[in-house]
Design a protein around this ligand. Structure first.
Ligand code: RB5
Length: 143
């Protein structure tokens, strides 16, 4: 699976932690779209990078991290075909895949601790969309 990942300065630290874990995982290819230091940037630009990568078919799923996760999820959800889910625990991560077919996971680097974020990422990557009635609801969102 190809994953595009990006963050602003509020998410750099958490991204670096997650990359260490994800790079060990077989079957994952990660496209890192920045940033990799702590200088202040505007989160909509980095949300856009990941959304464009998904829309262009360069990545199957995305991960976005800002301080709270709020700005990234607001920005990402403006792009057609993007279903970005801000998750704070494994339960919402699992349901965001099973019911909402979320194609972007959003995390708050100043909200969610590294071990919890790692568990969220693992569940989110491993969980499939259930389809059925949920497919209809997703189509309704795109109308
Ligand atoms: C940046 O200071 C902060 O506003 C940003 O990371 C994010 O939390 C926005 O929603």
């Amino acid at each position: 699976m190809i994953i595009a990942i990006a963050n602003d300065h509020g998410g750099t630290e958490l991204k670096h932690f997650l990359l260490q874990q994800m790079q060990k995982q077989e079957g994952l290819k990660i496209i890192d779209l920045g940033i990799n230091d702590l200088h202040s940037v505007d989160y909509p630009e980095y949300a856009g990078r990941v959304c464009q990568a998904l829309r262009a078919g360069e990545a199957e799923r995305g991960i976005l991290i800002c301080g709270t996760g709020l700005g990234m999820s607001m920005a990402a959800n403006r792009y057609p075909g993007i279903r970005a889910a801000l998750c704070h625990d494994e339960f919402t991560a699992r349901l965001s895949r099973q019911h909402n077919d979320a194609n972007i996971l959003v995390l708050g680097g100043r909200v969610t601790g590294a071990p919890v974020a790692e568990a969220i990422v693992q569940v989110w990557l491993a969980t499939a969309f259930e389809g059925g009635r949920h497919q209809r609801r997703i189509q309704l969102m795109d109308k």
